[in-house]
Ligand binder design. Structure first.
Ligand code: CDP
Ligand code: CDP
Length: 225
């Protein structure tokens, strides 16, 4: 079959990249991979084994224990969404061998999207820079740390989690720092990424802006009206 089209979406926590990626995939009939879930799955496996996510050997072992056949099932686990799992994910994500172990699954997904889709949307931190440097279109989604903390707070409260804004903001800053300052595959826009600041956009506006960039960049025209 012809080569699949790849859309790379990167950005910090709660920038809206996941929501945008899901909606883009729906609109374009592409497959979607939330690559953060892979790192969360590794973090969760270490926590469940009673281990320490910042121990490189434990994290690496958990990453290599993820097999492509069972990974889709693992990624559906609602436990992945917990905040302590996000934090564990950003700790295991520092380890180069963990990133290496997860690379083949992500590149395979992009090259051969499930369901015979003609393209794939991948979202994460290093899709445009490392995982799919030849992606057909790259977006870097951002928003102010305050806007992102507000969004996360709202989500947590809707789920009935008792939290205060200051703690969520602090958490967000800590994860931003860890993700952008690590030595391997730090969070940063690819040179050819389209920067989409969603601080004062709702999800519909972000989708419209992304679609119009993708259509002009790739020549896809059947979804751009
Ligand atoms: O995947 P990521 O952590 O970047 O963010 P998300 O889970 O897609 O979005 C975080 C929250 O922001 C969700 O509750 C969205 O409804 C909301 N939101 C958005 O996705 N896009 C906007 N432009 C504004 C808000
Ligand atoms: O949804 P949210 O943006 O809060 O987090 P996520 O996308 O699920 O990612 C969780 C953690 O995994 C991030 O803080 C990163 O440390 C790591 N990650 C990464 O290093 N590379 C990726 N491509 C995706 C996630």
């Amino acid at each position: 079959r012809p080569t699949a089209m790849v859309i790379a979406i990167d950005g910090p926590a709660a920038s809206g990249k996941g929501t945008l990626s899901r909606r883009l995939a729906d609109r374009l009939h592409f497959a979607h991979l939330d690559t953060g879930s892979l790192y969360r799955a590794v973090g969760l496996a270490v926590l469940r084994a009673g281990g320490n996510p910042s121990d490189a050997a434990q994290a690496t072992e958990a990453a290599y224990a993820l097999h492509p056949e069972t990974t889709p099932l693992v990624l559906a686990d609602p436990a992945l969404r917990a905040d302590e799992v996000a934090s564990a994910a950003s700790q295991v994500a520092i380890v180069p061998a963990v990133r290496e172990a997860l690379l083949a699954f992500q590149r395979d997904f992009a090259a051969y999207p499930p369901g015979n889709a003609r393209g794939a949307v991948l979202d994460g931190r290093d899709i445009g820079t490392i995982v799919c440097p030849d992606a057909d279109a790259k977006l870097f989604v951002t928003a102010s740390v305050e806007a992102r903390a507000e969004r996360r707070l709202k989500e947590l409260r809707e789920r009935g989690v008792p939290v205060i804004y200051a703690a969520v903001l602090e958490d967000m800053r800590e994860r931003d720092a860890r993700d952008s300052q690590r030595a391997v595959a730090p969070l940063k826009p690819a040179a050819d990424a389209f920067l989409l600041d969603t601080s004062s956009m709702n999800a519909d506006q972000a989708l419209d802006a992304a679609i119009s960039f993708i259509c002009s960049k790739t020549g896809l025209s059947d979804h751009c009206a």
